[in-house]
Design a binder for this molecule. Structure first.
Ligand code: SF4
Ligand code: SF4
Length: 107
């Protein structure tokens, strides 16, 4: 039996995936329709990558809407999109170059 492992050691069975050069981390681009937002903060609270933050600005209804403070971290999981009760936020695949008409409207 060997020495007990310390927390600073690498996991015993960790290995680099054989196809790591083919894997690409998904990236998302965030679109927010400010006037639809009611400032509930669900998207900010539940984003697993801490991408969003509520703005100090108000929309015309008097609510603080979110903005992507750290858009680089977005993995396009679309959780914010699914949680938003007002359909005020959505993301698209940022690795695709061409934008659709819907995406342009969201800008
Ligand atoms: S798509 Fe996922 S990672 Fe990106 S902002 Fe929404 S919840 Fe966060
Ligand atoms: S979940 Fe929707 S309504 Fe709530 S803060 Fe986010 S964008 Fe606004």
């Amino acid at each position: 039996m060997g020495e007990p492992s310390t927390s600073s050691e690498k996991p015993k069975y960790w290995r680099t995936p054989l196809d790591i050069d083919k894997l690409q981390m998904p990236k998302g681009k965030v679109f927010i329709i400010k006037e639809r937002c009611k400032g509930c903060g669900f998207c900010v609270e539940y984003c697993p990558r801490d991408v969003l933050e509520l703005s100090y600005e108000f929309n015309s209804k008097g609510y603080h809407y979110p903005y992507p403070k750290n858009e680089e971290a977005c993995v396009n999981c679309k959780l914010c999109d699914m949680l938003c009760p007002e359909f005020a936020i959505y993301t698209v695949d940022a690795t695709k170059e061409k934008k659709t008409e819907v995406e342009k409207v969201g800008n």
